[in-house]
Design a protein around this ligand. Structure first.
Ligand SMILES: C[S@@+](CC[C@H](N)C(=O)[O-])C[C@H]1O[C@@H](n2cnc3c(N)ncnc32)[C@H](O)[C@@H]1O
Length: 258
């Protein structure tokens, strides 16, 4: 195995007698980056929790959520020409794929830095706004598909119920809702617990309020518990990530589901 000489700060220092092999060095770099991301996200403020994380979101969260996005798109099988809204659109990772598939996309997010990232990757036909999804700036029944992905878990109970009411209001009766979020299990051994560890790492790193909302959301049954009180019917559902992530495609009903 090749060996390099580094000082304590991992700088190459010829002649210094501290040897580590390249595998250990790579490990050091990966851990250092994770710790850096955590420390940085600890600096998130309550006013703008994504302020310092928006420009790293795609790098850290993009790869680990790729499978979820793929599963979600397979479930909705978007045909070109739909009018789609994503609430909590973040950096636009979902909207980008849907726009490329020929759909008209709208995104709403509370975080200006996240919307700026979305604006960078979407073409100018996308309609993006910084606003609260609990008060959507749209008339009733205008979207063919409304998406909330990895967003509802981070809201408090009041905001979450406001958002659900709003996304039902703006969705056409012939339209669909796509909800994707963390799931309380049961978790498969070993994969489910490994995924749970990664989720906990990021959720804890996102700050006390975010973590508390996440825990309360799961304790109330996640999406399964949430949708019971609203006038929607499950068209398709899937549990992935070893039991940690639920995906629901919902139709709008006239009457609340018991
Ligand atoms: C974990 S990110 C998920 C982003 C994106 N949906 C994705 O799949 O990558 C959650 C996003 O929800 C946004 N958010 C949280 N509460 C919101 C609210 N009440 N209205 C609009 N956006 C909200 C946050 O600002 C953040 O960008």
């Amino acid at each position: 195995m090749r060996r390099y000489i580094f000082d304590g700060k991992n700088r190459r220092v010829p002649g210094k007698k501290s040897y580590i092999d390249i595998d250990a060095w790579m490990e050091y770099i990966i851990v250092k980056r994770m710790v850096f991301a955590t420390v940085r996200s600890k600096a998130m403020t309550m006013e703008e929790p994504y302020q310092s994380f928006a420009n790293s979101y795609d790098r850290y969260i993009g790869p680990i959520t790729r499978g979820i996005r793929k599963a979600a798109l397979e479930m909705i099988q978007p045909v070109a020409g739909m009018r789609i809204l994503e609430v909590g659109c973040g950096t636009g990772l979902n909207l980008q794929q849907l726009q490329r598939a020929g759909n008209g996309v709208h995104g709403i997010d509370l975080s200006l830095p996240m919307v700026i990232e979305a604006h960078r990757k979407l073409d100018r036909t996308a309609v993006l706004s910084v606003s609260d999804a609990a008060q959507l700036p749209y008339p009733d029944r205008v979207f063919d598909l409304v998406i909330a992905m990895l967003t509802l878990h981070e809201m408090n109970d009041t905001m979450r119920s406001g958002v659900i009411k709003e996304i039902i209001r703006v969705c056409r009766t012939s339209g669909r809702l796509l909800l994707v979020d963390f799931h309380p299990g049961p978790r498969r051994f070993i994969r489910g617990w490994l995924v749970r560890g990664i989720v906990l790492f990021f959720e804890y790193s996102a700050g006390a309020e975010h973590f508390d909302n996440h825990n309360r959301f799961l304790a109330a049954g996640g999406l399964t518990g949430l949708i019971r009180s609203y006038p929607v019917a499950v068209e398709r559902q899937k549990i992935i990530g070893g039991g940690n992530v639920a995906l629901f495609v919902l139709k709008i009903n006239a009457e609340p589901v018991e």
